[in-house]
Every structure is written in C-alpha cells, then in structure tokens.
Write a protein that binds this ligand. Structure first.
Ligand code: ATR
Length: 264
C-alpha cells in the first residue's frame, strides 16, 4: 500500500486527508493519505523517506513550502519562480518539487466564469500563498496587481520575484476589480480593519480561506453589493492536480466531496 502525507505545523485543520482518501477509495487505489505535524528539523528525514520509497509522495503546507526546497533535487519552473512547493513526487529517482496552488487558483477563477483579463487586482497579505496567486494572475493577464500587507517590507520583498507589483500601505484602498484576502484574518472569524465603503460595486471579493465558509471579509463585500467567493475550489483544484501527479488520474469534483468539505 502506498503512503502519502501532508506535512505542516499546525496541521490539525487540514482537510486534505478527507479529500485524498475519498478519491483514493473512489478510484480503488491501494493507498492511504494522512496528515503529520513536523518540525523544521524533521524535513531531511522526511524527504529521504520519499527518496527511499518508504513514502510515495507528499503535500507540503504552512510553514514549510519554502523551507522544504533545499531538501529537493529539482523544482518545476513554477515552483522555482514562486519559491513555493506544495507537492513532492519521485521522478526518475529524483525528488521533484511542484506547485499546484497556481493551478488551483487559476482553475477556481475559471470555474467562476469571471472574465479576469485586464482586471485590476488588489491583494491583502504577503504570506506563503501570495507568490502562487501572483504567478497565476500574471498568467491570466491581469492589468495590474497592487499588494498591501500589515508588514509592508514583506510586500516590498515580493518585488524581487515579480517586478510588476504596486505596493500600498495597510489601510489604503486603491481602485480595483478583484480583491483577494490572502491574510489569515478570518480563520478565527476576526474582522478585517479596512474600510471598503468607498469602493463602488461590481467587484469580486475572493477569500483564500474556505473554513469558515464565509469570512467577515466576504460578508462585508456582499453587504456592499459585490460578488463573493471563498477558497474552497482553489483548495479542491490544488488537491486534484497533486492527485493527478501521483496517480495519473484527474479525480472528479462531485457534490459529495464539496459537502464533505463544508462539514469540515
Ligand atoms: P507567513 O506570513 O508565515 O507566510 P501566512 O499565514 O502565509 O504566514 O500569512 C499570514 C498573512 O496574514 C501575512 O500577510 C500577515 O501579515 P504580516 O506579514 O504583517 O504578519 C497577515 N496577517 C496576519 N494577522 C494579521 C492581522 N491581525 N492584521 C493584518 N494582517 C495580518
């Protein structure tokens, strides 16, 4: 039986095992998927277990998406550009770091039938997932990307990777079509201390968070007459692509799996 893991710290909240084990069962695969909490100094042993085929593959989540890179042999071009790995496969005896968050975000936006071409994007936050979102947005040819982060320097640092970014101070709201909450604000139902009253209508409020289903940020956007969408499809599609990389199968996103995630 092949073993797959998602590693992170904390990891309790992860719904990846539920999702992957559902698809494993549905496709009659001889495999199982579990979550494990690791410390940074466990990464070497963990990756060597993959190389020795004790573990068949892994997902990597916060805070190890960058920290895992020195232990890998190769990166896909997307993982290299974003310096972010969320999936490891063994490819010709080499550990290959992949990034399926980009595919996840792009697929989620496509699924919404939202015409993103030439749109102005405003991103809140500069944490681990943001390089993947910027990569996907550039791929989809948005017109401009503005970022604000509580710690401004972290947003400024993203300019080394992506030179087309505008940075504003936390609290400033520029003109935008699509706003993305990529902060952790809302995970515990926190309010977001930004004033959206002057933004106008017909905006899309997108939250990377999917649990809770509707954050304060999304409620606020809706209240002001805008479209809102949580990060559930992004999560599902990044998992779908990882599943495909490991098993060569594109699993189905059916109603049952969507319900499974809604129930946490
Ligand atoms: P990391 O920063 O370690 O990559 P993350 O969960 O990927 O962790 O990112 C958390 C994001 O939420 C960061 O952008 C963080 O802002 P800072 O860089 O200033 O820490 C943001 N965030 C967390 N709590 C916040 C708060 N109370 N107000 C505003 N932004 C917050």
């Amino acid at each position: 039986m092949k073993k797959y893991f998602v590693i992170g710290n904390p990891i309790d909240h992860s719904l990846s095992p539920k999702l992957h084990n559902y698809w494993i069962k549905k496709n009659n695969l001889d495999a199982f998927y579990e979550k494990i909490k690791l410390e940074e100094n466990d990464l070497q042993k963990f990756t060597s277990d993959i190389k020795q085929k004790k573990i068949a593959g892994a997902n990597i989540t916060v805070p190890f998406k960058k920290a895992i890179i020195p232990y890998l042999d190769k990166l896909t071009s997307e993982a290299k550009k974003t310096q972010s790995v969320n999936t490891i496969i063994l490819d010709n005896e080499k550990l290959l770091g992949c990034n399926t968050d980009i595919f996840g975000f792009e697929s989620a936006i496509k699924n919404l039938n939202y015409d993103i071409l030439n749109k102005k994007i405003f991103i809140l936050g500069a944490g681990g997932v943001v390089p993947s979102i910027i990569f996907a947005l550039n791929k989809m040819k948005v017109s401009e990307i503005t970022i604000c982060n509580r710690t401004r320097q972290k947003a400024e640092n993203l300019k080394y990777q992506f030179n087309n970014l505008k940075i504003v101070d936390w609290g400033e709201i520029p003109d935008f079509d699509l706003i993305i909450n990529a902060t952790s604000l809302g995970l515990n139902n926190e309010e977001i201390n930004l004033n959206f009253s002057g933004i106008g209508r017909n905006k899309l409020f997108y939250d990377v968070i999917y649990n809770p289903i509707e954050t304060y940020f999304l409620k606020e956007g809706k209240k002001l007459g805008n479209q809102s969408e949580n990060g559930k499809l992004m999560f599902l599609y990044q998992a779908l692509e990882a599943f495909n990389l490991w098993h060569g199968i594109k699993p189905e996103i059916d109603n049952k799996i969507i319900k499974l995630l809604d129930n946490g």
